[in-house]
Design a protein around this ligand. Structure first.
Ligand code: AMP
Ligand code: GLY
Length: 421
């Protein structure tokens, strides 16, 4: 069958790679794709805001299944649009995508269904927010409601930090803000927990630990993710049951009660404290770099899994995972997440040979005249599966050292909480 993947990051390259190895696939398109997807699929340059052009392309090429990687087109309703045009799509509908598109929507579900999460309040203007903030104990968390490319969350150490956050959000830094969310700070350890849903049933799709800060020792600014390992060391049977019963099922039930159609990955960002889960946020897609870390561990034919999911037959599928540890180390442009150079040649990339248990997934790269250039902050993902996390991390770092890209930065301590303790 012909398959299209929408997106251009490391997550989408990892999805393309897994699909490429399926017996069921005849041709893969990646819209718009990157330098890495270019090698195994046909990249198609279409603006992801232009649903009509995407639909026309999918129809013309008789694409049988389309997988949506990033959140923005999901929140903007691409699934509803393509479904109306009789195209099969792997991704939740616009209503369900509000789980990621509106943090306030998700918090209201938490309240209604008694889902454990940080205590919160919603405010409609600066004055009422500030009166509340004056009385509170810090740290506190101030959040813009809508999509903000990971930048709309402020962890505030004092009233002045919080005041600045409130003013920036109501000033429209992330688009027009009618409401703001202020919540208590949760301490604990974060875990990314994934499920697959076919709108009738669900399957757990593994776990991972992301590393968001730019420097070793979890220092520096927040990024899109500097690396991850899977599975998470925090998970145990008791915790898994709590996550499903207290968080996932009440959410899926709410969506069903409101006629939502959830087909796709659901990513719960959790805080774990004393083996109790709290919901920090939902994402309506796979994580990045969690996807690059998790997918290589899957033994199933991925297309078979996706097809059954889209057709409402997920119950027929039993997922099989390699009994290995997986680590992804992200190579970024120096300076990211702040200023960084673009269009820097990545010399040598063609000459690197990864071992059978390794993958190099591209993110911000493009291929021009057989040479790779950087186009973004996160550039390459070095994934290794091994018997131990330490071995996996060493092998990923060895590969980065062989590449020796002078514009690159990476963390040497991914997995430090369990490898280096
Ligand atoms: P979000 O986009 O809501 O996941 O927030 C981004 C990051 O901010 C999370 O991954 C956490 O590291 C942090 N964060 C968000 N909300 C809280 C909270 N209530 N307590 C502690 N950390 C939080
Ligand atoms: N790894 C964080 C995210 O995908 O949002």
């Amino acid at each position: 069958m012909k398959i299209a993947i929408i997106g251009s990051g490391g997550r989408e390259h990892a999805i393309c790679q897994k699909i490429y190895h399926s017996k069921k696939v005849s041709k893969i398109f990646c819209i718009p794709g990157n330098g890495g997807t270019n090698k195994i699929c046909k990249n198609v340059e279409i603006n992801l805001k232009n649903f009509e052009e995407i639909k026309n392309f999918l129809k013309k090429e008789k694409v049988e299944l389309t997988i949506i990687g990033p959140e923005e087109p999901l929140v903007n309703g691409i699934v509803d649009y393509l479904n109306l045009n009789e195209l099969k799509v792997f991704g939740p509908d616009k209503f369900c995508s509000k789980l990621e598109g509106s943090k306030i929507f998700t918090k209201k579900i938490c309240e209604l269904k008694n889902i454990p999460t940080a205590n919160f309040k919603i405010f409609k203007n600066v004055d009422s927010s500030l009166s509340y903030l004056k009385e509170k104990i810090y740290p506190l968390v101030v959040k813009a409601d809508g999509l903000a490319a990971g930048k709309g969350v402020y962890i505030c150490e004092n009233f002045l930090d919080a005041k600045k956050a409130v003013e920036e959000i109501f000033d429209g830094k992330f688009g027009k803000a009618k409401e703001i969310l202020i919540e208590d700070f949760l301490d604990g350890e974060e875990m990314s927990f994934f499920i697959l849903s076919d709108n009738k049933s669900y399957k757990i799709f593994n776990t991972a630990q992301d590393h968001k800060r730019v420097f070793d020792g979890d220092k520096g600014k927040n990024t899109g993710g500097m690396g991850a390992y899977s599975p998470s060391n925090l998970l145990n049977d008791e915790l898994e049951k709590k996550i499903i019963n207290k968080i996932i099922l009440p959410t899926l039930n709410f969506l069903k009660e409101n006629n939502g159609k959830y087909i796709g990955f659901l990513y719960a960002g959790l805080m774990i404290k004393n083996n109790e889960p709290y919901l920090v946020e939902y994402n309506v897609r796979m994580g990045d770099p969690e996807c690059q870390t998790i997918l290589p561990l899957l033994n199933n034919d991925f297309v078979e899994v996706l097809e059954n999911c889209v057709n409402g037959n997920l119950e027929n599928i039993k997922l099989h995972w390699k009994n290995k540890k997986s680590i992804c180390v992200v190579l970024t442009s120096k300076g990211y997440p702040q200023e960084f150079k673009k269009n820097v040649l990545i010399n040598n990339l063609e000459n690197i040979t990864n071992k059978e248990n390794q993958y190099i997934f591209h993110a911000g790269t493009k291929l021009v005249d057989k040479k790779f250039y950087s186009t973004g902050g996160r550039v390459l993902n070095f994934v290794t599966m091994a018997e131990s996390l330490k071995q996996a991390r060493n092998e990923s770092i060895e590969l980065i050292k062989v590449l020796n890209w002078e514009n690159g930065h990476y963390r040497r301590d991914i997995g430090h909480k369990i490898i280096d303790k």
